[in-house]
Design a binder for this molecule. Structure first.
Ligand code: FMN
Length: 192
């Protein structure tokens, strides 16, 4: 059964909600073995989790957008992954990513773009959202992909929202769809 991991950081619990939505979407696809791996407050993963990552067929990266990029904890994880880069241990795994921040824009794309660069350095294969944006006059804030991202899944948590209130429901639904998208891509890449 193809193995998919979501590895993410969340400082205050909002990005964790998005990670859970992506995980629920991926887990709803039959034939996927899914692991949800959270970086701790120091950007650390257990040795066991690192070994699990090495055995994955796909890895989805997730981080809040802080100051226009991934959190330092995620960057620490990425820098530590250089030990895998030397031997191209993650080569040909599928890769994808998501981020969440307070502003509608908030420079989230910079975070996704960093994930893409990280994946390319590892020789991974990037899967985008595969979703058209909801951007007509009739569009509603909680439509799927109202934020209009192709590079990955993005979400907005208003700055005064608790993790129970943000990310907004449509963005969580978008994350769920995104999980389905990546899981199906993995099944095509690794037919059962
Ligand atoms: C240090 C820091 C930097 C931030 N920078 C941005 C930013 O560049 N753009 C933005 O829209 N929101 C920014 N925010 C808001 C967070 O992205 C937002 O609160 C997010 O929901 C936090 O996710 P988390 O609870 O998973 O940590 C920043 C928050 C912090 C604490």
């Amino acid at each position: 059964m193809p193995k998919l991991a979501i590895v993410y950081h969340s400082g205050y619990g909002h990005t964790a909600k998005l990670a859970e939505a992506v995980a629920a979407g991926a887990a709803s696809v039959a034939g996927i073995d899914l692991e949800l791996l959270a970086l701790d407050a120091q950007g650390e993963l257990s040795d066991e989790a690192w070994t699990q990552l090495d055995g994955m067929d796909g890895i989805i990266f997730g981080s809040p957008t802080y100051m226009g990029g991934a959190s330092w904890q995620f960057k620490k994880f990425a820098d530590t992954s250089s030990r895998r880069w030397f031997g191209q241990v993650w080569k040909d795994k599928l890769a994808a990513g998501f981020t969440n921040s307070a502003s509608v824009n908030g420079d989230k794309h910079s975070t996704l773009h960093y994930f893409i660069t990280l994946a390319m350095q590892h020789g991974m294969l990037w899967v985008g959202s595969g979703m058209l944006p909801s951007n007509s006059k009739a569009a509603q804030r909680n439509d799927i992909n109202w934020l209009g991202s192709y590079a990955g899944a993005i979400a907005q948590s208003p700055s005064d929202a608790s993790p129970d209130e943000g990310p907004l429901p449509g963005d969580l639904a978008t994350g769920h769809q995104f999980g389905i998208r990546v899981a199906n891509a993995l099944l095509r890449w690794h037919p059962a």
